[in-house]
Design a protein around this ligand. Structure first.
Ligand code: SF4
Length: 259
């Protein structure tokens, strides 16, 4: 019988550091492409101004449900249509201006998304009035609870789902983790997370534990756990649905293997 997740295991840093080092070593021998960075999913390299953050937020808004390539191809026209994302100008768009956007064939002509950009310009200005800058508002969220910040962003802005909010934060330089079903299955097998338990707090505890024990950032931790468990862009998966235990370096640490 598989053991339940042990609540104290995430405090066992030597064990976590050992597990992660083994995963990274194995992954390095199996990668088949370059390692992607968070900025691959974003638009801008730098987000020094609120205008740039607003543009990135809008890019992620359009990216939900569309391929990033389609959105990127249309971005020069989108920038022009939205006055380079000048907040005051966009917030002042009226119904007639919105109709012009909806009729513009160079744009992604989704009325809800186009209208949401205008609404969000107003919301960013409200935040700036209350907090000084959009960045200051984002940074005011407690660091220990930053894994929930994407929910606050999604709640605050129009037509921004939690996923789009997550990519907005990642692209804007926030250090966050992501998880997939493959990742959670791996952590379950290692006794770190009960897969049925959907507590994001526990998942955060595990990811932070790996990060602090290994010195790797949360993004790097997420990426390597996911690859090891899914085989994404690797020569072969290791701990996929049908685990390749004979090829795995984690026998000694695996509840599933030792059950
Ligand atoms: S020993 Fe098997 S089940 Fe355990 S982590 Fe490795 S591949 Fe997965």
């Amino acid at each position: 019988m598989v053991k339940k997740a042990d609540p104290d295991i995430v405090d066992d840093w030597p064990r976590l550091a050992h597990i992660f080092a083994e995963i990274q070593t194995k992954n390095r021998s199996l990668y088949t492409d370059r390692v992607k960075s968070p900025s691959d999913w974003g638009l801008l390299d730098a987000h020094a101004s609120d205008q740039a953050l607003f543009e990135e937020l809008s890019f992620q808004l359009f990216g939900a449900g569309f391929s990033r390539t389609v959105v990127r191809n249309r971005w020069p026209a989108t920038r022009e249509a939205f006055c380079e994302f000048d907040l005051a100008k966009v917030a002042a768009f009226d119904a007639e201006r919105l109709e012009q956007l909806v009729a513009n064939p160079a744009l992604i002509r989704n009325r809800r998304k186009l209208a949401a950009v205008v609404t969000n310009a107003t919301r960013v200005l409200e935040i700036i009035q209350a907090h000084g800058t959009l960045r200051a508002w984002l940074d005011s969220y407690p660091v220990a609870e930053r894994y929930l910040l994407h929910r606050e962003v999604a709640r605050r802005f129009a037509s921004i789902g939690e996923r789009a909010a997550f990519w907005f934060l990642i692209s804007s330089g926030y250090e966050l983790f992501y998880s997939t079903d493959d990742t959670r299955r791996l952590l379950d097998r290692l006794g770190l997370l009960d897969q049925k338990e959907r507590s994001r707090a526990r998942l955060n505890q595990v990811m932070v534990g790996f990060s602090e024990a290994s010195g790797a950032g949360l993004w790097a931790v997420s990426r390597d756990l996911h690859r090891f468990a899914s085989g994404y862009r690797m020569k072969e998966p290791v701990c996929a649905e049908r685990p390749r235990c004979p090829k795995c370096p984690l026998w000694d640490d695996c509840h599933f293997f030792n059950a």
